[in-house]
Design a protein around this ligand. Structure first.
Ligand code: GDP
Ligand code: MG
Length: 252
């Protein structure tokens, strides 16, 4: 029996699927509740883990081989926004290269003794919906912040995982605020990165140097990768202006 390249290639039935920018790729750690508990991270938030997520994203900006505009992260997820693609972007490429890059970067940064994995999805966007998408993910960061504090307080007072989850389901967000307050935690005053998430982006700066041919001091515009752990609420005026700035920043 003869097997032809063509016949086998034809079976790669998803290979032609293209994803046109603007788009976001959102990756999410697989089973990170267990993974992070195994690695001994503090609950519900550990700054070392948040730093590693930001660090992995910065590495992706520097060494990932793509041209991302900016990224938003909280908990174990990162949304990476692209306004352009360096090549004809195939869904399979984006959904495989990006989460595998993050998994290996984070495994290294955390010194994890077990392999980590991320899932990945592509979100089709345009410039207006990027803003609404960010509102949505930041609202999720806020909900997540309240429920994870609530969950770990209930665990602390002796409820098992199931009982804590069931109790939490029946609580309004104001009840959780109240509960946390009684345990000495003001959920309006936790570190901002826990409530609002963090941004990773490129930033322009002027580099001064000496031009030996002209024999003069020169300045050149460069970009560097930065992050912000103290971001505003995107719904606010300041937040809207920040998103506009991120969307119009030149990447070169
Ligand atoms: N211990 C710890 N866990 C975290 C931290 N950030 C996120 N997580 C966990 O990551 C989980 C992320 O949620 P989700 O993706 O729905 O759950 P997963 O399926 O276990 O990855 C949360 O439930 C938290 O338990 C952290 O800083 N410390
Ligand atoms: Mg996860």
């Amino acid at each position: 029996m003869r097997v032809t390249d063509r016949e086998m290639k034809d079976r790669e039935i998803y290979a032609e699927l293209k994803a046109l920018p603007p788009l976001a790729v959102r990756i999410d750690g697989r089973g990170f509740r267990k993974v992070l508990a195994h690695l001994g991270f503090k609950k519900p938030y550990d700054e070392r883990f948040a730093r590693a997520m930001v660090g992995a994203t910065e590495l992706f900006f520097k060494e990932g081989g793509f041209n991302p505009q900016f990224a938003f992260t909280f908990s174990d997820e990162v949304s990476i926004f692209f306004l352009e693609m360096p090549f004809n972007s195939r869904v399979e490429k984006l959904d495989s290269i990006i989460p595998s890059f993050f998994a290996s970067a984070l495994t290294k940064l955390l010194g994890a003794d077990k392999p980590l994995a991320f899932d990945s999805r592509i979100v089709h966007l345009d410039r207006d919906s990027i803003y609404r998408y960010l509102l949505w993910r930041q609202a999720e960061a806020w909900r997540n912040h309240i429920s994870s504090y609530g969950f770990y307080i209930l665990r602390d007072v002796g409820l098992d995982e199931r009982a804590a989850a069931v109790r939490l389901k029946g609580m309004k967000s104001s009840d959780i605020h109240e509960l946390a307050f009684r345990h000495g935690i003001n959920l309006g005053e936790t570190p901002r990165w826990q409530r609002c998430g963090m941004l990773i982006f490129r930033e322009a700066f002027e580099k001064r140097g000496y031009d030996p041919i002209r024999g003069t001091e020169v300045t050149a515009s460069r970009t560097k990768v930065s992050h912000d752990c103290n971001i505003p609420i995107f719904k606010s005026r300041e937040g809207q202006e920040l998103v506009t700035k991120l969307l119009t920043a030149s990447l070169r």
